[in-house]
Design a protein around this ligand. Structure first.
Ligand code: 0R9
Length: 642
């Protein structure tokens, strides 16, 4: 690992600001006070350890979730400097923990913060938002410790022992008067630490959850860096070449890239800037895509994969089936876009482009077999694209000729204000019939689906246009698909999948979600997709209002409540619903469609990597991972609620 030589001495801390603003407006510093913000606290502290690793002094970071949701993070770096800071006249360590922006702002060309959470605000923010914080430093032969409550110093840094080791350990309890919850989600933290370990070659990160009766533990260390990352992403896919293509270059803007093609039809590129996932892409992604298109076209021309009369391969042909991770380190990153996850620095495009141009063309010349496997796939993708274009034109022409362009089965709503409109995609004609009668036709549309749905995971775009099951969905939503999808054109603010609570229902739900994920992803990102929750049971008794239960647990709770009212279990009749079709229109309205009473599950996409993995497993070719996944995830819907 390269050492970023810098003396990050005490004198470089410039701005002096108290922590009150952080407690007054926590959202400004960590995004939100939900579980997301809570997790950010951990990331901020871990990032400081990662910076020490990137500087070349730390090889291991250990994270523990202690009972009571106390977080402990320990690194084996040099330890935060302990000497008195000339400006603040308190120790540098205390300054970093009590002065806003102190840790990040170092003047001149000294070390720069290369890792960093979404907001890169650091230790003082965590301190401000914690009930208490304890920092222990081993350095200069001693053990030093300080202690804070709600950001205020309670015990100043003092020497509490001797030690020959070095390192920093931070323990904190987040403030429950600020956060909505203190309950950390182990899986979320584990996923992020795995990602950081992939992005920081050779760094060992461990995480341990000591809260439950059965402690959980994981250890990540990848000598292969991004190469290991791509292998991980492709573990359930069929690879076109055994080893990922790996490109690495240090310099003013260090770049690391790994690429591996699979037989799938989707494009799977993840980009990072200073270890932050740039979901919206940006200039680094732009440079990468331009180079890919140029290098493969040049190679295809030079090696007769394209004849003289053939037109060039398009970017999308070359990216079909690609899995790639692009990671760059930028000194002063400019983040743009809706969620501030799009890199704006224009100089990065050229850096990535010229580096990939050079390294990838050399690689292809040296590995003709790999080049052949990839290019054959690109050429067949180009053919499929051409076929898709023709199919699309056919669909367009056909719909232009028809009097009504909307699908015949769609029972549309009367309102044309997209935000207030909803479309229920319903499985089966009989449930569709009940839904049509039970709905509020002002704002609720019903689209029944029937027969076998196309698995888009195993089909190319040309099969999707003109598919008689998907076409009504595409036309009803009204915003196109794929690259042409335009979220501003959607005809309904809510797209609600209503399927039975059984295996067949789960199957159709997954097929539709896969389709939205692959071809209308902004619809999921924008939070427009929902799952309806029909009840599983109805409890009835003469003189008592019917009670609907949506889960087994809900049923038990209902019985408990009835018992408290003196109503015995065996005096109540239970109806178990096997399908939506068993409910009459009024029941369907009351339980599943009435906005005042229904429960909808919003499908969100916290993590595109996880979502891609789930869809590949559930809908792809490999049987073994699918069986394992289903065995391990009996609660199917929870996992689809990605
Ligand atoms: C457990 C989480 N780890 C940390 O928070 C952490 C911060 C940190 C650090 C330095 C080393 N290890 C660290 N761990 C460090 C040391 C030196 C120079 N720069 C950084 C040095 O020995 O010269 N610091 C991060 C900021 C600062 N230290 C400070 F300099 F601002 F205090």
């Amino acid at each position: 690992m390269e050492k970023y030589e810098h003396k990050y001495g005490a004198e470089q801390i410039q701005v002096l600001e108290g922590l009150d603003p952080v407690r007054k407006r926590p959202g400004m510093y960590i995004g939100s006070t939900s579980i997301r913000g809570l997790h950010h606290l951990v990331y901020e502290i871990v990032d400081n350890g990662v910076d020490e690793a990137l500087a070349g002094y730390c090889t291991e970071i250990n994270v523990i979730i202690e009972p009571g949701n106390v977080i402990s993070v320990e690194d084996n770096g040099r330890g935060i400097p302990v000497e008195i800071h000339p400006k603040t006249h308190i120790s540098t360590a205390e300054t970093v923990y009590t002065v806003l922006h102190a840790g990040g702002k170092f003047g001149g060309d000294s070390g720069y913060k290369v890792s960093g959470g979404l907001h890169g605000v650091g230790a003082s923010v965590v301190n401000a938002l914690s009930n208490w914080t304890e920092v222990t430093i081993q350095r200069d032969g001693g053990i030093f410790q300080m202690y804070f409550e709600k950001g205020k110093t309670v015990r100043k840094l003092e020497k509490i022992g001797e030690s020959k080791k070095t390192g920093t350990k931070v323990r904190f309890l987040a403030d429950d008067t600020i956060f909505e919850t203190l309950e950390y989600d182990y899986e979320t933290l584990e996923t992020r630490f795995r990602e950081i370990a992939f992005l920081t070659k050779g760094l060992k990160i461990t995480i341990e959850d000591k809260r439950g009766e059965q402690p959980k533990k994981a250890e990540f260390c990848f000598e292969g860096g991004l190469k290991s990352f791509v292998e991980f992403l492709n573990k359930n896919k069929e690879k076109l070449h055994p080893n990922p293509i790996y490109i690495e270059k240090d310099g003013e803007v260090p770049v690391e890239i790994a690429i591996q093609y699979t037989s799938s039809y989707s494009e799977n590129i993840h980009t990072f800037v200073n270890n932050i996932n740039t979901i919206e892409g940006g200039t680094h992604l732009e440079g990468f895509k331009r180079a890919l298109t140029k290098v493969f076209n040049d190679y295809a021309r030079g090696h007769n994969f394209l004849k003289e009369k053939d037109s060039n391969l398009q970017g999308e042909d070359i990216r079909e089936g690609i899995t790639a991770v692009v990671s760059v380190k930028v000194r002063e990153p400019q983040f743009e876009g809706q969620t501030k996850t799009k890199l704006g620095n224009s100089e990065v495009t050229g850096v990535v482009q010229s580096m990939v141009n050079e390294a990838l063309s050399t690689f292809l010349e040296e590995n003709p077999n790999v080049a052949k496997a990839i290019l054959e796939k690109c050429v067949s993708a180009a053919r499929a694209r051409e076929a898709a274009r023709k199919a699309r034109e056919l669909v367009r022409r056909k719909s232009a000729l028809e009097t009504s362009t909307l699908p015949g089965k769609l029972a549309d709503c009367s309102s044309k204000v997209a935000e207030e409109c909803e479309v229920y995609i319903v499985e089966g004609d009989s449930a569709g019939g009940s839904a049509k009668q039970g709905r509020d036709r002002k704002f609720q549309a019903i689209l029944p689906l029937w027969g076998k749905m196309l698995n888009v995971e195993k089909a190319r775009a040309d099969k999707i246009y003109g598919n008689d099951k998907l076409n009504p969905v595409i036309i009803a939503i009204g915003a196109g698909i794929g690259n042409e999808f335009d979220i501003t054109k959607i005809r309904y603010g809510k797209v609600i999948i209503m399927a039975d609570a059984d295996v067949d229902g789960a199957h159709i739900r997954t097929l539709l979600l896969t389709f939205f994920f692959r071809y209308m992803r902004p619809l999921i990102e924008n939070g427009n997709v929902y799952l309806a929750q029909p009840p599983l049971f109805k409890l009835s008794k003469k003189g008592m209002q019917d009670i609907y239960c949506y889960t087994d647990e809900g049923l038990e709770n209902a019985f408990k409540e009835l018992a408290e009212k003196g109503i015995a279990r065996d005096t109540v009749s239970i109806q178990r619903y096997k399908g939506l079709g068993e409910m009459n229109p009024e029941q369907l309205w009351e339980t599943t469609m009435d906005p005042a009473r229904r429960t909808l599950i919003q499908v969100t996409m916290e993590d595109a990597i996880k979502a891609d993995e789930i869809f590949t497993i559930l809908m792809g070719d490999e049987v073994d991972p699918r069986r394992k996944f289903i065995e391990q995830n009996a609660k199917f819907v929870k996992n689809l609620d990605i």
